[in-house]
Design a protein around this ligand. Structure first.
Ligand SMILES: NC(=O)C1=CN([C@@H]2O[C@H](COP(=O)(O)OP(=O)(O)OC[C@H]3O[C@@H](n4cnc5c(N)ncnc54)[C@H](OP(=O)(O)O)[C@@H]3O)[C@@H](O)[C@H]2O)C=CC1
Ligand SMILES: CCCCCCCCCCCCCCCC(=O)[C@@H](N)CO
Length: 326
């Protein structure tokens, strides 16, 4: 078996350089995106481009990168990824991109029944269609300038909620699962053109967006998400850059992430024969573990929903049932 795996997944180290290159990061004005941009700049990127909506945050991010790293060229683009024409103009103005990092994203955790259709559409428009707009705009020049000695990369930031559906994330998980289909297909189309695709699955990460999210997310969402340890944006950025440089398709960020990638290996491409072997040998046990996790999550959900009902019933009923049943 190891010989067969070794034959099917030969160790052909592809490496995407960061030094001297043009790295374009969406959602690069704060949070994970800014951490990625800073890290790329610190690793010697010649030019960093940041795209997000808010101009003030973009300007502050540019100052921060110029101050903290030796990168001398930081371009900023105040654009909403939902606007295809504006995205196209920004990508053209930025010039040929070596490493495109699609990181922008929105998350509004809430039970589907209580979520407005407008918010669902917004989640899909930003998290999914935004990626299509960017990739379509960047592809022609990215393909044209890539070579075997200097391959290029498209990295897409999904989420661990893009590997398993989580309570409160119906719209968000749908948008992130969709990115896997996009990434798997795209990798097949680009492999012959020396462009590698990486799909990143971060756990909860300390960012401004996450700070807003924790204020409003349902108790069950928080409890289930805490099955995977939280990380800092800088730690996630380190994993992202490492994954891009190794041209890894699946990029995990923590131990639980590795377990999750084994449990959801599916038919994604795998260029590490060691991981391929672990996926094959671990599949039965990982399914068992996955079923165990679901069991424990359903118990968590039942506990949270029980509390909700008590809350809704109010103190009078509670007192009554106390009198009647005790
Ligand atoms: N933090 C977490 O717990 C996790 C996050 N992720 C994913 O990582 C990515 C980054 O998350 P995080 O750093 O926490 O998010 P933040 O909310 O902290 O930052 C989001 C970034 O995206 C930009 N952005 C938001 N909407 C748009 C838009 N319509 N057009 C262009 N830019 C936009 C924001 O700038 P502006 O608002 O000015 O446009 C900002 O730069 C997302 O894809 C998220 O789903 C995955 C797993 C966990
Ligand atoms: C079979 C082995 C299982 C191993 C453990 C599985 C743990 C899964 C936890 C899922 C966490 C989802 C976090 C989403 C973060 C996110 O995207 C939001 N913060 C929005 O930004």
């Amino acid at each position: 078996l190891p010989a067969a795996v070794f034959h099917l997944v030969p160790p052909r180290p592809a490496s995407v350089p960061i030094k001297g290159r043009h790295v374009f990061v969406t959602g690069g004005s704060y949070g994970i995106g800014l951490a990625i941009a800073k890290r790329a700049a610190a690793e010697g990127a010649a030019k960093v481009s940041l795209l997000a909506r808010g101009l003030d945050k973009l300007e502050a991010a540019r100052e921060e990168i110029l101050r903290d790293t030796s990168c001398r060229e930081v371009a900023i683009f105040s654009v909403d990824v939902r606007e295809e024409g504006a995205v196209k103009r920004a990508v053209e103005a930025a010039g040929p991109i070596d490493v495109l990092i699609c990181n922008h994203g929105v998350f509004f955790p809430i039970e589907l029944e209580n979520q407005d259709t407008e918010e669902i559409k917004l989640t899909l428009d930003v998290n999914l269609m935004g990626n299509f707009h960017l990739i379509k705009a960047a592809l022609p020049t990215m393909k044209a300038g890539a070579s075997a000695s200097a391959p290029r990369s498209i990295a897409i930031i999904s989420s661990q909620a893009g590997q398993v559906g989580i309570y409160g994330y119906a719209a968000y998980s749908a948008s992130k699962f969709a990115l896997r289909g996009l990434a798997e297909s795209l990798q097949q189309e680009l492999i012959g053109h020396n462009v590698h695709v990486s799909l990143v699955f971060p756990p909860d990460t300390e960012t401004p967006g996450f700070a807003e999210e924790v204020k409003r997310r349902p108790e069950a969402t928080a409890a289930i998400a805490s099955s995977s340890g939280a990380m800092t944006a800088a730690a996630v950025a380190e994993k992202v850059l490492r994954g891009i440089k190794a041209a890894a398709f699946t990029v995990t960020c923590n131990f639980e992430g590795v377990m999750l990638s084994l449990a959801t290996a599916g038919m994604s491409s795998q260029r590490s024969w060691a991981m391929a072997l672990a996926e094959i040998l671990g599949s039965g046990f990982m399914r068992f573990l996955g079923i165990y996790y679901q069991y424990s999550w359903y118990r968590t959900i039942a506990r949270c929903q029980g509390k909700q009902k008590n809350k809704k019933r109010g103190p009078i009923y509670k007192g009554l049932s106390y009198v009647i049943f005790n």
